[in-house]
Design a protein around this ligand. Structure first.
Ligand SMILES: [Zn+2]
Ligand SMILES: [Zn+2]
Length: 537
């Protein structure tokens, strides 16, 4: 057999990890986390031979000289296994939860067909309702789970290998708890050799329960608890994931940069990226004009930052919700690394107008560089213009959850006549009271009180039927808050309007994650729309 048969750290110059293993530029082995592995004579010969496909492949390695897989218990002790992959497959088939070290961080994995395993992963991860992404063995298996059109198949099989949101088939065999109450499933195809080995045919040695076809779908969700950033350092992963995973399938190559899986979807034959990370970042966008060297610090939720140089905009990988110190540290490290990688010294720093965002505070702390504050939705419109190569005045419509307005209110349903420099707010959704501020995001029924009050006046309860689930006295209390204007900011947010409709329909009175009301409303709307236009059966 080939000397690399079943060795999972192979790649040529066209594939394999890059961003997640580099310490600096140029991209040479000593500046990657492969520096610890000295090439054996066979690998060196390939590396030096111009005709070899591994010529100058920086992470070139083999079982003799390269990184090694290992299986560990939740305390970090090595478990003696002839073949860590077979041990991992046996554990997955037996319903265990594994932490699997990937390219940009750890995944938590379990058999996506095993409802008990999925439920226990949910309970341990403290993620009660948010859908999990799955890695599915191959396209044939994907078609048994979901509907995939030509564009979706292109996204799934492309070299970026993102999570693609696909419509579930009615007979989708995935366990119900994988994506409860959701018509969509986030699906990836295997994208590292370790994934391919986990999906090998045949029963793992020492376990007769697995069908001859082997595993077909594994949950591979971010290795974190709740909303923390994904764990990528070995020690940190043990500490944070030791209470969740039964076993660790890991290896001794360091991950230099955290990078999540990208999430994307297709709509009418076009790609709409929801989370831009592995495979996409840090590839730049080409701008319509030169920008000079700018640093834009981004917002608070689903933060990314951006650095520009000449006509390029280097939009960072997904950093996450800037609500804790670890994400802030990841943001700061990311900025320093991109500055070094692309040789950029920002002449201007751009920040959101919200004074409490950690990204704004970061910008205000930088000394000696001029600052420009940009309204949140103007930034959304300008980003959309840049992405589509537009340079003229546009009518930009920004439907959003939250963004600090120039009048101090919370914007989010905005019609802006806009160019890159300036905007005029030509229209907006009506301002509606948001009783309790941020609390109204987690409890959409509060927004419903605000909307009903604004629409029908303070006596709305005489004419409206309130969905069951919230005590009358609690509603009265919130109604009083609205009337007296206590802790009740005003918002024109589209997200809060979706929340309101979702609450009034009795779909979602309290949200387990941000935007859940809107997500579930979309599911119901799609079911209705599909019944009319696209009967899949
Ligand atoms: Zn290759
Ligand atoms: Zn070697």
């Amino acid at each position: 057999a080939d000397r690399r048969f079943r060795y999972p750290f192979i790649n040529c110059t066209n594939c394999g990890p890059r961003f997640t293993i580099i310490n600096g530029v140029p991209y040479d082995r000593p500046k990657t986390t492969m520096r610890d592995f000295v090439m054996c004579p066979d690998c060196s010969a390939e590396y030096l031979a111009p005709a070899d496909r591994r010529f100058h492949s920086q992470p070139n390695a083999c079982p003799v000289c390269g990184p090694q897989l290992m299986i560990r218990d939740r305390k970090g002790h090595n478990i003696d296994a002839d073949d860590p992959i077979q041990a991992a497959r046996a554990a997955l088939a037996a319903g265990k939860i594994l932490a699997v070290k990937g390219l940009g961080g750890y995944h938590l994995a379990c058999d996506a067909l095993n409802e008990a395993a999925v439920r226990s992963l949910r309970a341990r991860k403290i993620r009660e309702e948010k859908p999990f992404a799955v890695v599915v063995k191959d396209m044939a298996a994907v078609r048994r789970y979901c509907l995939a059109d030509e564009k979706e198949e292109e996204l799934l099989t492309g070299s970026c290998r993102p999570i693609v949101l696909l419509q579930k088939r009615p007979d989708c065999p995935a366990a119900p708890s994988v994506a409860p109450g959701n018509n969509f499933l986030g699906v990836m195809l295997p994208y590292t050799p370790i994934h391919f080995l986990l999906f090998e045919d045949g029963p793992p040695s020492g376990n007769g329960n697995l069908s001859d076809a082997g595993l077909t779908a594994l949950i591979m969700t971010s290795g974190n608890i709740s909303d923390e950033p994904i764990a990528y350092r070995d020690e940190d992963a043990l500490t944070r994931l030791g209470g969740i995973a039964d076993l660790f399938l890991t290896h001794n190559r360091e991950i230099r940069h955290r990078c999540d899986d990208s999430v994307t979807r297709a709509f009418r034959g076009r790609e709409y990226i929801l989370r831009r990370a592995r495979g996409y970042a840090p590839a730049p966008l080409l701008l319509a004009r030169e920008m000079g060297q700018l640093l834009a610090c981004g917002g608070e939720q689903k933060n990314t930052f951006c650095l520009t140089k000449d006509r390029y905009a280097f939009v960072s990988h997904h950093i996450g919700d800037m609500e804790n110190m670890e994400t802030l540290a990841s943001f700061e490290e990311g900025i320093e690394f991109y500055k070094k990688l692309f040789d950029i010294k920002p002449e201007v720093i751009v920040h959101d107008l919200h004074p409490e965002y950690l990204s704004t505070k970061y910008a205000l702390e930088q000394e000696g560089i001029p600052l420009v504050g940009v309204q949140h939705h103007h930034a959304h419109v300008a980003a959309c213009m840049a992405e589509n190569g537009l340079d003229d005045k546009v009518i930009g419509i920004s439907f959003d959850g939250t963004g600090y307005g120039t009048d101090g209110h919370i914007w989010g349903g905005e019609f802006l006549v806009s160019d890159y420099l300036d905007f005029r707010r030509a229209g907006r959704l009506a301002y509606v009271p948001m009783p309790g501020g941020a609390k109204a995001v987690r409890e959409p029924w509060r927004m419903a009180v605000g909307y009903l009050n604004r629409t029908f006046g303070p006596d709305w309860r005489e004419i409206c039927q309130w969905p069951a689930g919230i005590e009358d006295s609690t509603v009265s209390f919130i109604q009083a808050m609205v009337e007296k204007g206590i802790n009740t900011p005003l918002t024109s947010s589209m997200g809060r309007l979706f929340d309101t409709v979702s609450a009034l329909l009795g779909l979602r009175l309290a949200a387990g994650y941000e935007g859940q009301g809107a997500v579930e409303l979309e599911q119901v709307a799609l079911r209705t729309a599909n019944a009319v236009t696209a009967p899949y059966d």
